[in-house]
Design a protein around this ligand. Structure first.
Ligand SMILES: C[S@@+](CC[C@H](N)C(=O)[O-])C[C@H]1O[C@@H](n2cnc3c(N)ncnc32)[C@H](O)[C@@H]1O
Length: 206
C-alpha cells in the first residue's frame, strides 16, 4: 500500500520481473484505508511510517487489520546527526543557506527518530511487546561517481530551485566533492555513507 502511483508502478514492475503472482497493490492512505479486519499475520513498512500525518490513527488502522498476535515491523531513520548521508548531502545542496528544520514530530524522514515517541504511539494504538533495535549500515549511492551524482542531485534537486545558476553550480560541485571524499579505495563499491535506523517490532494485543 502506498499513496504514490509512481511508487506502486515500480513495485508492480518488480513483482512482474520476479514472476510474483500472489501480490496485491493498493493506492491508499494507511491512516484511513479500510482493510480486511483481523486477518493479516504481519505488516511491514520500510522507511514509510514517519511520513504519516497522524501516526496513532495509522498504527490503530494497521492494528485493526492484524490478527491478534500479528506483528508490525518498521524501519525508521534515527536522528539526522547519525545519518552522515543526510548531513553531507544536505550541507552540499544548501549551498551556504540555513535550511529550515521541521518542528519535532512533523511528518518527514526523522519524525520517528525518538524511540520514546515510537513506543508511545505503538502502545497507544493496540500494540504490545515493542522492541526497538539500533541498526547501522553503510549506504551506497551509485556504482560510479556520475551515477551517484545523478541520483543524489535528482533526489534533492528541489533544494536548488531557488538558487541562481552560480549557486546551483556551486552546490553540485560541493556534492561532487562529498562523493569524492567518500569514494572507496577498493574500487568495487563506491560512495559509502554512514546511516542509522531503528528496527521496530511490535505485536498486536490479544
Ligand atoms: C521514503 S518512501 C519509502 C517507500 C518504500 N517503502 C521504499 O522503501 O522504497 C515513503 C513512502 O511512504 C508513502 N506514504 C506516506 N504517507 C503515507 C500514507 N499515509 N499511506 C500510505 N503511504 C504513505 C509515500 O508515498 C512514499 O512512497
Amino acid at each position: 500500500m502506498d499513496l504514490s502511483a509512481a511508487m506502486l508502478r515500480e513495485a508492480r514492475r518488480r513483482a512482474v520481473a520476479e514472476d510474483l503472482d500472489n501480490v496485491v497493490f493498493e493506492q491508499a492512505d494507511a491512516q484511513v484505508h479500510r482493510m480486511p479486519q483481523e486477518v493479516f499475520d504481519v505488516a511491514i513498512s520500510w522507511t514509510g511510517t514517519m511520513f504519516f500525518a497522524d501516526v496513532v490513527a495509522a498504527f490503530s488502522n494497521i492494528a485493526a487489520a492484524l490478527r491478534s498476535g500479528g506483528r508490525f515491523v518498521q524501519l525508521v531513520w534515527q536522528e539526522p546527526a547519525r545519518n552522515e548521508w543526510f548531513c553531507d548531502f544536505g550541507e552540499a545542496m544548501a549551498a551556504g543557506r540555513t535550511t529550515p528544520v521541521p518542528p519535532p514530530g512533523a511528518p518527514g524522514p526523522f519524525a520517528l527518530a525518538d524511540p520514546d515517541r515510537i513506543r508511545a504511539a505503538l502502545t497507544g494504538s493496540g500494540f504490545t511487546d515493542v522492541v526497538i533495535l539500533a541498526q547501522g549500515a553503510p549506504m551506497c549511492f551509485g556504482a560510479d561517481a556520475d551515477s551517484a551524482h545523478r541520483f543524489v542531485s535528482g533526489l534533492l534537486g528541489w533544494m536548488l530551485e531557488d538558487l541562481d545558476d552560480q549557486g546551483r553550480a556551486g552546490a553540485l560541485r560541493a556534492l561532487r566533492a562529498s562523493l569524492t571524499r567518500h569514494e572507496q579505495p577498493d574500487g568495487f563499491f563506491y560512495f559509502f555513507y554512514a546511516s542509522a535506523t531503528w528496527l521496530v517490532k511490535a505485536v498486536r494485543e490479544a
